[in-house]
Design a protein around this ligand. Structure first.
Ligand code: SF4
Length: 379
């Protein structure tokens, strides 16, 4: 009974510190997930960014030996920018997905979980906890689902009745046995829009994602981007949220509840061309506070080159030639060579031919051949 009252106090306090939804569940193992995770692993559907073994991902007690319950939290983020920026020929822009808008949500949610822990510690002697936001071992979505935050959609995202899937999730394993909340019913019904409209077929079955084909994951890799994804990423620099945008449960959902999560249009829709020459320091100063910068500048620059090629942005060719000739990173030299060919400015092909004579890297040479192949298509 005492914990029932504490739970209510925590719920009330959470509202005052910018937590939009909170739920409680036991710290029992997520036994039913083990087989699913094993299947993902065996089928090669994981992203490779997952942390920990299957046991560590499903057994809260491995992270807090006297674990009794888990508090799940959700913080809503906006889906529309209040200010728009023009995306014109000659000054084309790329885009960061919504989950990278505003200040890095890992910091924001960890800070809120710390406040919550301080609140509980002041009331419960011997309180112990362990918090996680996205990068921890536990599967945030599975915790949130069992704690009644929302249902696990066919698009493999957590969907809340109040905020759609535009929520960040986090959790705190505690040694307090709070009464559990009930999971809520699945709300997808007969809808299959996200599966039907996924451009790469990455949603292989309802709720089953092959991360290797998911464009959100593909934008975060560091090597050459496989050819089959290059047209499909369009102008996306980081992440891809089509499966959120098409979801009817997100229709009209746009919550602006936290100033720190508001997007700066110049950061989330940056001009592409200046990104090609940005220094490490400038990149860190400008984009370092965003969740989308966690993989560093190389994938963003590679994606910016591909976006310029997709726009056929002729004014970018001089800078792409410079990168092809001078950049020490093979991924950047090679992707630039491919992009020069795809854009198709006549002097670009001559530039590729002359760079080809000096190039030693076999992967870059392959990209140069792909770039030159566009010449035949055009003649
Ligand atoms: S698009 Fe339809 S099927 Fe997919 S998550 Fe949304 S409601 Fe569920």
């Amino acid at each position: 009974m005492a914990n029932e009252q504490l739970k209510e106090e925590i719920i009330q306090y959470a509202k005052t510190i910018g937590i939009d939804k909170i739920g409680f569940t036991s710290a029992n193992p997520f036994a039913e997930m083990k087989a699913r995770l094993k299947m993902q692993q065996d089928d090669g559907y994981q992203s490779g960014f997952e942390k920990g073994t299957i046991e560590e991902r499903t057994e809260p007690e491995l992270h807090l030996n006297d674990a009794e319950s888990i508090i799940a939290i959700a913080v809503a983020y906006p889906s529309r920018m209040k200010e728009k920026v023009a995306n014109k020929r000659g000054r084309r822009r790329g885009s960061f997905c919504r989950a990278s808008w505003g200040h890095d949500y890992h910091d924001v949610l960890n800070e809120r979980l710390e406040l919550l822990a301080t609140f509980i510690a002041a009331r419960v002697p011997g309180f112990r906890y362990r918090s996680m936001v996205d990068t921890g071992e536990l599967v945030d979505k599975a915790v949130a689902e069992r704690a009644g935050i929302g249902w696990s959609g066919k698009n493999s995202l957590m969907i809340t009745p109040e905020f759609g899937s535009y929520v960040y999730l986090g959790e705190m394993i505690t040694n307090i046995p709070f009464p559990s909340d009930q999971p809520i019913d699945d709300g997808c019904g007969d809808c299959t829009l996200c599966l039907d409209l996924c451009p790469t077929g990455a949603l292989v079955a309802p709720g089953r994602l092959n991360a290797q084909n998911c464009l959100a994951f593909v934008t975060q890799t560091k090597g050459f981007m496989p050819d089959r994804f290059r047209d499909k990423i369009g102008n996306h620099l980081y992440g891809y949220d089509n499966c959120q945008v098409v979801c009817p449960k997100n229709s009209g959902v746009d919550h602006h509840l936290h100033p720190e999560l508001e997007p700066d249009p110049e950061l989330v829709k940056p001009e592409l061309l200046p990104l090609l020459s940005i220094s490490n320091r400038e990149f860190k100063d400008k984009f370092g506070q965003m969740a989308g910068s966690w993989r560093g500048k190389k994938p963003i620059q590679r994606n910016a080159i591909i976006a310029l090629a997709n726009y056929k942005e002729e004014v970018a060719v001089d800078e792409l030639i410079r990168l092809m000739n001078e950049d020490p990173r093979p991924v950047i030299r090679g992707t630039a060579a491919w992009a020069i060919g795809k854009i198709g400015r006549p002097d670009g092909f001559d530039a590729i031919r002359s760079a080809e004579k000096k190039e030693q890297d076999p992967d870059v040479l392959t990209e140069m051949k792909k770039g030159l192949a566009y010449e035949q298509v055009m003649t």
